[in-house]
Ligand binder design. Sequence first.
Ligand code: TTP
Ligand code: MG
Length: 359
Amino acid sequence: MLVDLDYFFAQVEEIRNPDIKGKPVVVCVYSGRTQESGAVSTANYTARKHGVKSGMPIFLAKSKLAGTDAVFLPVDNKHYEKVSDNVMAILRNYADNFEQVGIDEAYLDVSTRVHRDFSEGEKLAERIKADIRNEESLTCSIGIGPNKLIAKIAADSQKPDGLTVVRIDQVKEFLSSLPVDRLIGVGIKTKQKMLAMGISTVGDLASQDAQKLMEAFGRKLGVYYHNASLGIDEEPVQESGEPESISRITTLKENTKDLNTIVERANELCSDIHAVLSEKGLYCKSVRVIAVMANMSVRNRSKVLDAATADQSVIMMSVKELFAKLIDETQIEVRRIGVRVSNLEKQSRTQKQITSFLQ
Ligand code: TTP
Ligand code: MG
């Protein structure tokens, strides 16, 4: 099954402040430039009825909600992460295999636990929903299917507070009338290409010759689309490993090419990243800086460190060096800056011993 919390950030805000329940609630990432610059992170279903969506500019959401008693709030990621951790701990208990896929989503393999019986699965999902409601006062939507692909589409098909079960013998009918972009991995471009080929539903896709799909999309994707259209997916539910990279990005108060101003702000990002590295017991070996320039073009500079490290000052020094290079080479003012560390590895005991030896 796939469990997805409903309008997550906005629902958490409603719980914190029950007075806003019933009003349109919009959680925003403010870029800090002007009072209204930034984007909508998520909105409750009351706000969605007015056309507000994730990713929309805040000013647009405000104009859609003009004349209502809408509430606009800044994101509070730390708090959402705490709530998410609590929910994930509950979910983990219900699964033989567990895979968190986002802050508010997880796959649970419950096959053995419910003896591969979908009715038992449905009862289990009801218990899970009740548990999350009692413990965290949150609603969620759950999809149950024979595999991850179907479970995910099932969960998306009834929201909020939905529970959708798609049994093996219902897969074909369930999929056939859905638009192709409901399949994971079919984005706008692919959808357009498929439309041009006369494919608009998953059923249309299923009736295509696999060979033709491979010719149009390449071997790997062609096979994937062919299988997905038939509801075939053999990906196991498994605990995801460590993250591949950790990054932070921020908007500067003003466009600038002053290195000190940039470095000062970048150091805050480094210290956030350092905190995550320490918490997860990781070292990084590559450091990258990202700059969105005043003309909105994006530039990167990166380096590989001599040795993997979790040392904040080493990361900060590299970041400074990379920004110095970037500013020097572009000579354009910068609008947003980001730092990303990658090539992550677990801090092994030997590495720890070496560092403590050197200190
Ligand atoms: P989603 O599960 O995609 O969205 P949701 O939980 O708000 O709504 P739904 O009821 O449809 O599941 O994303 C989880 C959280 O991630 C969401 O609450 C806010 C955040 N988010 C963003 O910050 N930006 C985005 O563009 C999206 C899609 C989500
Ligand atoms: Mg959600």
